[in-house]
Design a protein around this ligand. Structure first.
Ligand code: FBP
Length: 549
């Protein structure tokens, strides 16, 4: 395969491990844990893996002799930069335990485990993928592991390959599955440990012990570079308003981080919209007011960042989606047999009066999207809803109304962008290259420590990577009960943007200035070689959350 010059140079990069992981380690147990909420229900569902202690690795003075182990690995869900390095770290970690250890990758996601599709990852394959973006080494998929049949089918191949540990690299839903699988295997005394790794560009899989999910750093840097470029174009031509939707599913972490990096004129934060009980029209009016204020100064251009999950956070929409989820789960077969042209009316007839009115008021495209298939985990596929176009059309209408009232006298020409897929497979930044390698290597240490139902955790991330703190946290600790597909299920609680958190507070204290004055920042592309202040900075979210600056 032909390689670019950067690919060749990057292949030689040696990710830096936390110093603790460079020699023999011992696992030190902390206090027993509790789930974040619904303790009784979670304890009952996870009788053997609930309440386990946190683990921290420390240097061991006595080197321990390891035995060869066979390990399986799965990439699950959306791509995130650095996934290959998790696998490389895991490979190097198990080889360090014993040189005859072997790594098997299940292909195209969790479905590979169930369908017995796998490949052995040898050192020559691994070396091709060091420090590269993408998940193409084994592919990824969104199959949800949830039934006993799937678990038993998986166990057959694990036994056949003599695999004693499975590492699932995924987001909140996939790690929920990892916890359920760990509990099932432990419950039936099957000799397979299950370890999770925190992946997602969305940045919503985090807590005190998982400071960030991998991929968020690189993806937000890629989006910020492009937003910066657009801002420079927009400040040069001075004739367009750019409406930029950013991936991130429900949470607005990506939009917020990009706003902190680029200082746009407007950035909507879904969590704030919900907190202030805003309607879609309120959001539109807020943007239109800023457009009008800038127009009054002769500036008929600007940028608006929109988190892709916005629609779900508008309280009226949230109620509608909740009822739709239940309705579509309960009447799935009936709905599937209704002709497409009649589906809209069917939904209106079956919703409560209040929600039917909201549904009817939506543009047809958006309404249709809300009634289409959920992903296998029951999520509305928000990336397919064209919120950026919806908002700009509504802003246009509002501005025409303001013009009639004498409150606006400008030109409004909008362009639309959606950034998501552009950043998910970028070559990992130095931060993600190191973090992912450490997460994978640390997963090997958790396997060696004999635990199951744990997530690989590497902390202290605002410090240089050699000072990072490796360990593990029981996945059940992150769980609560939520309604999915019409019934209550144990799931990892999503970390949304906290309005009292330092990143949002920082943004809120500056946004009025950014709205009217043109204060754009141009971050430029990710740099892999050069001074640490250019190449090794973590995200602003991480910096504000952990060191306040
Ligand atoms: P996960 O990491 O949770 O799998 O999702 C990442 C993500 O990029 C979301 O931001 C986005 O909404 C979704 O995947 C898009 O899904 P798909 O890749 O199936 O189009």
């Amino acid at each position: 395969m032909k390689k670019s010059a950067l690919q060749k140079a990057r292949a030689a990069y040696q990710p830096k491990l936390p110093i603790v992981l460079t020699g023999a380690v011992k696992a030190v147990e902390g206090n027993p844990t509790e789930s974040v909420a619904d303790q009784e229900a979670i304890r009952e569902l996870f009788p053997t893996t609930y309440g386990l202690p946190e683990l921290k690795f420390e240097k061991n003075t006595v080197p321990t002799a390891g035995k060869p182990i066979n390990v399986g690995v799965i990439l699950s869900g959306g791509q995130a930069p650095g996934g290959h390095n998790v696998i490389c770290g895991l490979f190097d970690g198990i080889k360090k335990i014993h040189k005859e250890s072997r790594l098997f990758g299940f292909v195209m996601g969790p479905g590979g485990l169930v369908d017995h599709k796998y490949m052995e990852l040898t050192s020559s394959i691994i070396d091709e993928y060091r420090n590269t973006g993408g998940f193409d080494i084994i592919g990824s998929g969104r199959t949800k592991l949830e039934t006993k049949e799937q678990f038993d089918k998986g166990l057959e191949i694990l036994k056949e390959l003599n695999i004693s540990a499975l590492v699932i690299i995924g987001g909140d839903d996939s790690n929920t599955n990892a916890a359920v699988l760990a509990e099932y295997y432990k419950g039936i005394a099957a000799p397979v440990q299950v370890i999770g790794c925190p992946k997602t560009i969305d940045g919503d899989l985090k807590n005190d012990l998982i400071e960030t999910s991998f991929g968020f750093d690189t993806a937000t840097k890629v989006y910020s570079e492009v937003i910066g470029n657009i801002q420079r174009d927009c400040n040069s031509a001075k004739k367009y308003w750019h409406f930029i939707k950013l991936m991130g599913r429900s949470a607005s972490h990506i939009a917020l981080e990009c706003a902190l990096q680029t200082q746009p004129n407007v950035c909507i934060i879904s969590e704030e919209v919900e907190d202030k009980n805003m309607t879609l029209q309120d959001v539109v009016n807020q943007i239109a007011d800023i457009v009008a204020r800038r127009a009054a100064q002769g500036n008929n251009f600007g940028t608006v960042l929109i988190p892709e999950g916005l629609i779900e956070f508008i309280p009226a929409m949230k109620k509608l989606i909740a009822e739709l989820n239940d309705l579509l789960a309960a009447k799935a077969d009936e709905f599937a047999n209704i002709a497409e042209k009649d589906q809209r009316q069917y939904i209106i007839d079956n919703l409560s009066k209040e929600n039917a009115e909201v549904y009817e008021s939506l543009p047809h495209g958006v309404a249709r999207q809300l009634s289409l298939d959920r992903d296998p985990h029951g999520n509305v596929q928000v990336s397919l809803i064209e919120t950026e176009k919806l908002l700009s059309e509504m802003v246009h209408k509002r501005l025409e109304q303001m013009r009639k009232e004498g409150a606006y006298n400008g030109k409004f020409s909008a362009l639309h962008h959606f950034f998501g897929y552009e950043g998910r497979c970028a070559d990992p930044s130095n931060f993600d290259a190191d973090y992912c390698y450490a997460l994978g290597f640390n997963a090997a240490c958790l396997i060696n420590a004999g635990v199951t139902g744990y997530m690989s955790s590497v902390r202290n991330l605002t410090k240089p990577s050699v000072q990072w703190v490796p360990g593990g946290i029981p996945i059940t600790m992150m769980m609560n009960m939520e309604r999915r597909h019409g019934s209550m299920k144990p799931v990892i609680q999503k970390a949304l943007v906290r309005l009292d958190g330092a990143p949002f507070q920082k943004f809120a204290s500056q946004r009025d200035d950014w709205a009217v004055n043109t204060s754009y920042v141009y971050p430029g592309p990710i740099q892999y070689f050069g001074p640490a202040e250019v190449c090794d900075q973590p995200t602003m979210t991480l910096r504000y959350e952990h060191i306040g600056k």
